[in-house]
Design a protein around this ligand. Structure first.
Ligand code: C5P
Length: 396
């Protein structure tokens, strides 16, 4: 059973935090609470002290005699419920001017945020931007849900039900040790193949899936090396980031990393071809056509698979992606064989490119496991579970 800290911030939904705290306690966890001053206007400190049987952190300078980092140190998981627009903005900005934020800032374990606010606040560009930042920082979310709001309006912004939040918290705790102690290398994003100093051939990969896998692997206790093509995402704190541009650079970085990897996840959209030559100076336009001769890039995944089949890196778990425009699962099976991988994540370009959600099927030698449409973070968490189970059952 885990030590869970519930951070309550000042929204009308704060009253539901009492049920959440009781629910977590009922499930056998030790729960402590931190509250902001405005949360105390909605629900009393005495109620939460009574429900948890421990003092509540209500002051920035902590429970007397305890350093301000103590609660973050104690907690395996922090749940912030409800999280107001203001709390989310402060968290994204790294502010620490209340007991909830101070605790969040020195958490040693993961953080789950359950937002609750008026639907226009939820939809505001600032909130959506801050949510993106926090996701990139590796923070997880549950809800909000759509329905009647305190103002009388209806829309997206309701706090998830306490049972739903408790389920999400337990799912995070369950996944937080799955790849513990393993070294996971993940490739992400596109590769760009230069034609001259200003032009390149590229593809539309956003890198979102690979970055989500990096966050999920970190949460599951792995040490993570992220080899990334050019993307406009921030790497989660705690990963070792290696930036590359071309397929050849990615190839070199992957082979460098192999010696120190237990798992390799090839989520990058590696260019299959590169221009035969790169012009030193910008190619001047002329009236005629420009023919570009392309040569094959190495198939990195297939090379790693072949290396392993030849006896190198026997303990490596090898995961690839198959992005198709049709028959994704069928083609993934072919790829599993040809590239000698352990797992291929099959998906369709129309479901995936640039989006925050996706629909995938995990194809292994022992079968296919279809995951319904879900956020890339949820798919990444499912992939971590699949990898963990592959490693326990061994390669078939
Ligand atoms: O054959 P296809 O490109 O569809 O295979 C996709 C999988 O192979 C992905 O995991 C991708 O990262 C990897 N790949 C690679 N090197 C290439 C092309 C794809 O490692 N040149």
């Amino acid at each position: 059973m885990a030590n869970i800290c519930v951070g309550i911030t000042g929204g009308i939904a704060a009253f539901k935090a009492v049920t959440l705290v009781r629910e977590l306690g009922r499930r056998g966890h030790s729960v402590r609470v931190a509250m902001t001053r405005s949360a105390q206007k909605f629900v009393g400190e005495a109620t939460l002290a009574g429900v948890t049987g421990t003092p509540v952190l209500t002051e920035l300078f902590g429970v007397p005699g305890e350093p301000h980092v103590a609660l973050g140190d104690w907690s395996d998981l922090m749940v912030i419920a409800p999280a107001t627009m203001n709390a989310i903005a402060k968290l994204a900005g790294g502010l620490t001017d209340d007991p909830v934020l101070t605790t969040a800032s020195c958490m040693r374990g993961p953080i789950l945020v359950a937002p609750a606010m008026h639907h226009r606040m939820w939809d505001s560009p600032a909130t959506q931007r801050n949510i993106r930042i926090l996701r990139e920082d590796g923070i997880s979310f549950v809800g909000p849900e759509s329905g009647p709001l305190a103002s009388g309006a209806s829309g997206m912004g309701r706090l998830s039900e306490p049972e739903t939040i408790a389920d999400a918290a337990e799912a995070m705790l369950a996944s937080s040790g799955e790849l513990s102690g393993l070294r996971v290398t993940i490739t992400a994003g596109p590769t760009l193949e230069d034609l001259d100093p200003v032009r390149f051939l590229g593809n539309r990969s956003s890198g979102k899936m690979g970055y989500a896998i990096a966050r999920a692997a970190l949460r599951s206790g792995a040490s993570v090396r992220l080899i990334s093509g050019p993307v406009s995402l921030r790497a989660p704190q705690g990963v070792e980031l290696i930036n590359v541009r071309s397929a050849l650079e990615l190839h070199a970085a992957v082979f460098d990393a192999l010696e120190n990897s237990d798992v390799l996840v090839m989520a990058a959209a590696v260019a299959d071809y590169r221009p035969k030559t790169k012009a030193e100076a910008k190619v001047k336009k002329s009236d005629g056509a420009w023919s570009i001769e392309l040569v094959r890039n190495p198939d990195i995944l297939a090379e790693v698979g072949a290396t392993r089949a030849a006896g190198s890196h026997p303990g490596l778990t090898l995961v690839g992606f198959a992005l198709e425009t049709s028959d994704a699962v069928e083609r993934a099976r072919g790829k599993l064989e040809r590239k000698k991988a352990d797992l291929i994540v099959a998906n369709l370009a129309a479901d995936s490119f640039g989006k925050d959600s996706n629909r995938v099927t995990f194809v292994t030698r022992s079968g296919a496991n279809a995951i319904e449409q879900a956020s890339k973070d949820a798919i990444a968490a499912a992939l971590v579970r699949e990898i963990a189970s592959l490693r326990t059952t061994g390669r078939e």
